[in-house]
Design a protein around this ligand. Sequence first.
Ligand code: ADP
Length: 404
Amino acid sequence: SSYVIKTGNGICVTSRNVSTLKLNEQKLLEVNDQLKIQNQILKDAKTIAKIGSYRWNVLENELELSTISENLYVLLGCTPDEFKPTHENFKKFIHPDDLIHYNSNLKESFENQTSVDFTYRIITKNNKIKHFRTIGNFQENDLLGVTQDVTSQVKGAQKLKEKNQELKRSNEELESFNRVASHDLQEPIRKIQMFISRIAETDLDKLSDKSKDYFEKISSSSERMRMLIRYLLSYSRINKSSKDFNIVNLTEIIEKVQEDLDTRIKESGISIIMDNLPTLNAIPFQMEQLFNNLLSNAIKYRNTEDPKIIIDCKKLKRSEITDDFIKKSKSYYRISVLDNGIGFDQEHAEKIFELFQRLHQNNEYSGTGIGLAICKKIVQNHNGHILAESEPGKGSSFCIYLPA
Ligand code: ADP
């Protein structure tokens, strides 16, 4: 750039090299452009995240004369700059029931110069109630912070809590219904069986052959009903009480189960192999019941040739488990009970754990359809998971996860 000044009858020309100045100006413009872009991105982000920001000046212990971001106006149902951004004006939007809570939170943070983080309700210009969460920090005489509209999160959490309570209530109802029903059904069935045996003792020969046949059917049906009720009652009695938990050696438990099933094991000629079984924290008699049911099934649904049961265990970290269930523990024992029996179609693998679900008819294999439901309840009691894999004719494997 050059300056020309007239001096007497001549001129004075001053020239200056301004290339660095020009370069700096250029740089400034570029930075300015970038800032504009950043600002726009921030603005969009605030809208999407339903976030607004604010800055309150602290004057004589009062918050005053301040700035409110555009989006905070929008969150309040207003157009930007619709009202003067004083703290007094802002507080008019706060739900009357939450005003004391709001004031005391701010006061406490200010007095202790700690950061602000709390949730309160506001009423927007068009009378909608919203939940705001505010996070801020005092910096000398300013409170700088952001406010987020967390209404959907608060409502979602509330709904979830209600649903949970509802679920818990209906579960409790179902359990007590089950308990009462199975308990009350015991009495009439006892009477029926008593009268059946009286007739059998005294008058059975007076019946015609056809009636004798019917009588036999009544007798066996009532016996089945008694068994069903008994199992149902034991199902409803499976409970989790922390005082029942104890150190359990699974090898010892399964050896005991084998003793209980001794006759059936000998009759069927089944061989049982176990390996790597752990010692864990569990309810001993429920572990016994669990493996009793699984082994009984493997014996009952065996194949005629060389029947076998293999029980094995592996310890896995939570991250190594691909099966889908809620994992609260860091590691789990994966206990598998494998047989080479008749198996079943994989599509029934979940159904068989439901109450009274059976895949085989009574005349083929006797049963109640409660055994695996009991297994599932026991495993859930232990914060574990049970699943089955099978193929017809190829045997079944039952896999149990228990917290290690
Ligand atoms: P139940 O044996 O009294 O019928 P369970 O609840 O123990 O009742 O089992 C449900 C069903 O799952 C059985 O009826 C049977 O069809 C199937 N099942 C269970 N265990 C096995 C197994 N080891 N092999 C083949 N099928 C099985």
